[in-house]
Design a protein around this ligand. Structure first.
Ligand SMILES: Nc1nc2c(ncn2[C@@H]2O[C@H](COP(=O)(O)OP(=O)(O)OP(=O)(O)O)[C@@H](O)[C@H]2O)c(=O)[nH]1
Ligand SMILES: [Mg+2]
Length: 467
């Protein structure tokens, strides 16, 4: 490592040395409540010019793919453009890898193809090198349960690997880099092929929006950083699910299935890998509620979005609940809200449609809650402080969502009869009915709901016979 790599005026977290900080982890970080088979021992490396350099989230991501983290190494300083770590640190890394006999090195950052190659070069043949992006793709690879998802994740992986493959080829390391000996042109062909196949496959999100447009449903999406409690909220609000269904499933990275496929709840990152939609009732009106894949820092969300259609769900929603994990430290909340807003902004979700909610307030004390509310208010807007687990403030959340749904009111006077009764029953199914008044020969229905739905009711209401 060259001395200029490091900002020596600031102490690294936990130590005064400029070299790697090595921490032996006492236990594998497998995420509570979700036992995982350890697939391989791995070493996590992080480098940042801004202390403290933490690896906690990366370790959780690694655990979500089944890696057992035996050591973390943190280093402060700007990433070296060629080797990421700098020469000296690279040598230390190679020694540690040999000494501990780990089978993977995980770098908590996005490596350029050149940096990837620079580190790769000093590692033993059979040691895998993954950066944060590749690590997350691996989670998605193990969790892809539909054909579309498998194709999309393969597309993302190959697009990521291609420039690295080219870098390795230039350096005459083709066979070693590719593991299976795939050649650059094979990969290019495969990428083209996948792109064509994906274009031909129907987009389930598009079908869903189509159906919703026809039926006049309100659409509410739950978005937020991974592990914020989104799936738990879906279970709390959906008409046909209960919180008991959400009891931690103990699924492994390779088996995330439960009875509804994707909306499993567990204390681990990226438990949900595909969107799940359920019917819910808010303010008496039927809505479609969608649980989405969580966001995570330093990840091109377009890839994950196309994989899961998470973002298109948010873009077409009437209301997006932005769920924030209130049990996170303040700095983490600040970063995670920023990541979430960045992704939502990219998709053109305007702030008027956002309902910020600070979850897990059961896990923090009153002053911590006040600090977090003030922070979110500064970053975005006044959040609703709630606990999906205990049910606290759920009604405030429902009211906030209802107040942002497109709403109109009508009063329809109809001649009494079967047609009127059938229309009233439709109104109960599709709107919030405020009053039904029976008179001698007529009935007056007053209801609130989505403008298109009210228009449909109005146009199909029985009318008086003309004299
Ligand atoms: N203390 C507390 N824990 C909660 C609350 N809501 C959810 N959790 C827990 O938070 C963890 C994550 O919940 P999930 O619902 O799986 O979170 P998610 O946002 O869907 O996570 P991903 O799908 O991984 O992005 C689980 O262990 C939940 O039991 C809450 O109100 N209070
Ligand atoms: Mg989830």
């Amino acid at each position: 490592m060259s001395p200029s790599d490091d900002d020596t005026s600031r102490p690294a977290s936990g130590s005064q040395t400029n070299d790697f900080q090595q921490h032996r982890t006492q236990r594998s970080r497998t995420g509570e409540g979700r036992p995982k088979e350890a697939r391989a021992d791995a070493l996590v490396v992080a480098r940042d010019s801004d202390p403290p350099v933490t690896t906690e989230e990366c370790e959780q991501l690694a655990a979500a793919t089944g890696y057992r983290i035996v050591t973390t190494k943190t280093q402060r300083g700007h990433p070296d453009s060629g080797t990421y770590l700098g020469r000296g640190a690279l040598e230390t890394l190679a020694e540690t890898v040999a000494e501990l006999d780990v089978s993977a090195v995980i770098v908590d950052d996005r490596l350029t193809p050149g940096q990837h190659h620079g580190i790769w070069d000093v590692l033993p043949e059979d040691v895998r090198l993954l950066d944060r992006y590749r690590l997350v793709l691996e989670i998605f690879e193990t969790g892809a349960s539909t054909r579309r998802a498998s194709l999309q994740v393969e597309f993302a992986r190959l697009t990521y690997e291609l420039p690295r493959l080219v870098a390795a080829t230039d350096a005459g390391r083709l066979n070693r880099f590719t593991e299976s000996g795939t050649r650059v042109y094979d990969v290019r062909d495969r990428i083209d092929h996948l792109e064509r196949q994906l274009k031909e496959l129907p987009d389930p999100g598009e079908r869903f929006r189509e159906r919703r447009r026809e039926q006049g449903f309100d659409l509410v999406t739950i978005a937020g950083y991974t592990n914020a409690g989104k799936s738990t909220l879906l279970h709390r609000l959906a008409d046909d699910l209960t919180l008991e269904d959400a009891a931690e499933s103990g699924s492994t990275p390779n088996d995330r299935s439960n009875k509804d496929g994707t909306a499993t709840v567990a204390d681990g990152l990226f438990e949900t890998l595909e969107t799940t939609t359920r019917r819910a009732t808010i303010d008496g009106r039927p809505i479609l509620l969608t649980d989405t894949v969580g966001y995570v820092d330093e990840l091109p969300h377009d890839v994950i979005a196309s994989f899961s259609s998470t973002l298109s769900e948010a873009a077409s929603a009437d209301v997006v609940i932005l769920l924030i994990d209130g049990s996170d430290p303040l700095e983490a909340i600040e970063r995670r809200v920023a990541v979430s807003l960045e992704v939502l902004d990219e998709q053109g979700v305007d702030r008027d449609r956002l309902v910020p909610a600070l979850n897990k307030v059961d896990a923090i004390n009153g002053s911590e809650q006040r600090e977090r509310i003030a922070l979110v208010r500064r970053l975005l807007d006044e959040p609703i402080a709630l606990s999906v687990r205990t049910g606290r403030n759920m009604n405030a959340l429902r009211r906030a969502v209802a107040s942002r749904l497109p709403t109109e009111s009508i009063a329809l006077e109809m001649p009494l009869g079967d047609d009127a009764m059938s229309l009233i029953s439709q109104a109960y199914d599709r709107t919030s009915v405020e009053d039904v008044t029976y008179r001698d020969s007529t009935v007056v229905l007053e209801c609130r709901g989505r403008p298109e739905v009210l228009e449909q009711l109005r146009s199909s209401a029985p009318s008086y016979p003309k004299d």
